[in-house]
Design a protein around this ligand. Sequence first.
Ligand code: B12
Ligand code: SF4
Ligand code: SF4
Length: 354
Amino acid sequence: LETLTEIVKQIACEKGASLVGIADISQLVGPVCSDPTYLLPETKSVVVFAININHEIIRNYLSKKSFASKDAMSRHEGEIYHSLWQIGMEISKYLEKYGYKAINAWPNKDYREHKSGSDKSNPFGFTPEFSHRYAAVAAGLGSFGWSSNVVTKEYGATVYFSSVLTSASLRPDSPLTINPCDNCKLCAYACQSEFIQKDADLISFTLGNSVFSHGKTQHVGRCSLCCGGWVNQYQHQEWSTFSSICVDFTFPADSDEFRTKFREMVVKDLKGSDSRAKRNILHHIKLGNRGMHETELDEYEVVCGYCQLICFKDREDRVLNLKMLRSSGVVTEDGDYEYIIRDGSIVDKRKWRV
Ligand code: B12
Ligand code: SF4
Ligand code: SF4
């Protein structure tokens, strides 16, 4: 058990993981997608690992240095997702060689509604087959931050996670006793869509033997529309996301109304003239339900993610990150071109990426 645990952790680190931990099945009793037996009924342990995001790439992106800094961020995200998948493959192969069952869970876009076909038409059906956040928290890699991102001691929230579920009994790690999130709430100030709010109630839930909490988030459609590139400004006008589109969309509180309004917007934009919004929809249709690890590196397009990216481990760095974002200017479009405008001047200009 000791040796197998050490070898599995070593494989993860050698293949590029920045953090790795083991969650015991007994710690994964809680919200529905914390349950690994949905994917592998024989699960005894979950190996969960993280790769950190490069801080220089983040800061160039937050400050909208140029369109090249957006492309660098997008490609970097793609490379991390591809690496996470490869690390999972190596660990699974090793465990299988010794007779254990192992499932390399998709790092992202493993939505049950789409993969099982239970509610394919729901644009906001985001129940993961398995949640890497709960696994990471159960294995002590981090804890839930106000933003509901998992915040680690080493890198704040600037990590992506993935997991391998296995029938092997590995030596488990313990959940953290101190939460690295200090409740600065700068994540809420960095969120255009108000998916994360600074004055929200806390939502608490039990995972294994511990109770965790984070800020209550609003309808997931808010983040999807902003992070998906449709809405580049909502609550802050002095800066925008890295998308050049801002469709006219006021977020309804009611879930059914949200879906209806979203469908109406898609239909209207698809029928309309060749607009940037239409291209955005076609881009998402092309991505389809492929996992992030199956997405080509040049198909990635990061436009927000700010709640995660500003959350470095030290508060002074977070304050500086938010400052950079707030003074980064606005991205806008005109004809076939998009522009970064800062302090009234054009900082960069390029043809839309199709
Ligand atoms: C679905 C999803 C989304 C959705 C929903 C996010 C959310 N907060 O759940 C959307 C599209 C909005 C989204 C956005 C983003 N995501 Co995302 N996403 C996922 C995905 C697929 C699952 C998220 C998850 O674990 N949800 C489960 C929990 C947290 O939510 P829940 O099911 O709603 O459960 C809550 C409540 O419903 C309630 N509850 C549940 N059951 C029950 C039952 C009862 C009885 C009661 C009372 C309550 C209750 O308690 C739960 C805890 O709050 C994961 C990949 C994966 N497979 O893990 C990535 C993941 C979470 N995303 C990630 C990231 C980075 C982002 C973004 C920054 C965008 C980006 N650049 O990628 C934003 C951040 C938004 C945010 N602050 O959360 C990372 C997070 C990294 C980190 N450090 O935490 C992940 C882990 C991807 C990865 N491989 O690294 N994401
Ligand atoms: S930005 Fe501050 S409040 Fe938000 S998750 Fe990070 S540490 Fe917590
Ligand atoms: S990714 Fe952007 S829109 Fe989504 S919650 Fe984070 S800051 Fe808000």
